[in-house]
Design a protein around this ligand. Structure first.
Ligand code: PLP
Length: 419
């Protein structure tokens, strides 16, 4: 019989294989100091483009005050128990009502984390005769939710509405054969890696041909898109077509928790059937108080979203003018596509950090195909033009070096923490 631990030690996984040289630098880096556009990394101050602190709420003075007061008043313990048993409060219900009103739905349910929340919601909603049709690039939490699905699922090519229609036809045929079940389409408001918005309006319009319900994970659209910040559905004028709207608080709200909003009776069904909330402790009150304050600022301070977009558009325009390929983004998420191996990518990132004091995240094989590199830049409302200009200059110079082969190294630079 094999020892499971032996197997794990022999193959540490696609990313884990680089651990010895990467840990603490390319993977698991520690950013220190106040959250903002500049933070400390290994003792040096860097311009940071890696945080989903879109609106700069992470350390907004009013947010810090609410977080502090919430903790002083309630501590992390309160309330004890699951919402259903002993962990419900007026403040939880107030936050749910405010979120629902903000995203123009009847009701909302809070979740402790986005990842387990959406997984568990999919589990609660779908039965064994139901069929899910979903975008190929949906986030890992949706894919993991679908692993629990007892029914069938059909994937459509990323953002390809014609293929979505084809998969809906397959789903419809299967349901007609079964004579049981319904269809749930799952997609995202903004795809977090490439920054392209899900084609929500066109997909919702397919309801004129097929009968289905639509669930949208708008983690990156909530607070950043739409006239009021209510997200990608508002931006595209199709919020009504979204039956279940989901967002985490981990991005523009710079917090912890998530919510799903929709028709009152359906949210009530989820409330009484979502295992990750029924069998888990309620979101602690300091988070609820902090999230109420964040939502208030998100609604009442449009300047935050406007500044975010000013910065994002300036960064994206500057990159395009310098000949960089930023793909199809139509959100503030700013990918920069380049060609090169994993080793080259890490050498370039090291140069950016050590010599240009720019900290950004890279995505390489096996997350994306071999030979490709994506820099993923997240502009925020707290960046400024000087930081954007310095970053653009650094990108131009390092790209020239990349093209000239300066970063061709045989191994990932050994930058691991040695303790
Ligand atoms: C699209 C999307 N959905 C869900 C999540 C998970 O949310 P949370 O961090 O609250 O678990 C993330 C990442 O945070 C995400 O990008």
């Amino acid at each position: 019989m094999a020892d499971i631990f032996d197997r794990l030690l022999k193959n540490s996984g696609p990313l884990g294989q680089h651990r010895e040289r990467a840990h603490g630098y390319f993977a698991f880096p520690k950013l220190e100091g106040e959250i903002g556009s500049k933070m400390m990394f290994r003792g040096k101050e860097m311009i940071v483009w890696s945080l989903n602190n879109y609106l700069g709420l992470a350390n907004h003075p009013e947010v810090r005050k609410a977080d502090t007061e919430g903790t002083a008043t309630y501590g992390l313990a309160a309330p004890m128990g699951a919402r259903m048993m002993s962990g419900n409060t007026d403040l939880h219900e107030q936050l749910e009502a405010e979120l629902a009103a903000f995203v123009m739905k009847e009701d909302a349910i809070l979740m402790n984390y986005g990842y387990q929340g959406i997984m568990s919601a999919i589990d609660a909603i779908c039965g064994r005769h139901d069929v899910v049709v979903y975008d190929a690039e949906c986030h890992a939490c949706i894919i993991d939710g679908l692993r629990m699905l007892p029914g069938h699922r059909f994937v459509y090519k990323h953002n390809d509405v014609a293929d979505c229609e084809k998969q809906l036809q397959r789903a419809q045929a299967l349901i007609e054969k079964q004579q049981l079940g319904g269809i749930l389409v799952i997609t995202e408001g903004v795809f977090g890696m490439a920054g392209d918005q899900g084609r929500l309006k066109e997909i919702a319009e397919l309801k004129s041909k097929f009968f289905f319900r639509m669930l949208v994970d708008d983690a990156h659209g909530f607070g950043t898109l739409g006239k009021t910040g209510a997200g990608a559905g508002e931006e595209q004028g199709c919020q009504d077509g979204i039956d279940l709207y989901f967002s985490t608080f981990a991005k523009s709200m710079a917090s912890i928790g998530a919510f799903m909003a929709g028709p009152k009776k359906i949210i009530d069904f989820i409330r009484y059937n979502i295992r990750s909330q029924i069998f888990a402790k309620s979101l602690p009150l300091p988070f609820v108080v902090g999230n109420l304050k964040r939502l208030e600022l998100l609604k009442t301070q449009p300047i935050l979203k406007d500044t975010l977009w000013k910065n994002a558009l300036s960064l994206q325009k500057g990159l395009k003018e310098r000949g960089f390929d930023i793909g199809k983004t139509d959100s503030v998420v700013t990918p920069v596509y380049m060609k090169g191996g994993v080793e080259e990518a890490t050498a370039m990132v090291m140069d950016l950090r050590e010599n240009y004091k720019i900290f950004c995240s890279i995505v390489v094989y096996p997350v994306i195909p071999k030979g490709h590199i994506i820099y993923r830049l997240i502009p925020t409302a707290v960046h400024n033009q000087e930081e954007i200009d310095l970053t653009l200059k650094a990108f131009s110079e390092t790209k020239e070096k990349l093209d000239a082969g300066v970063y061709k190294v045989s191994e990932i630079p050994d930058m691991a923490n040695k303790s």
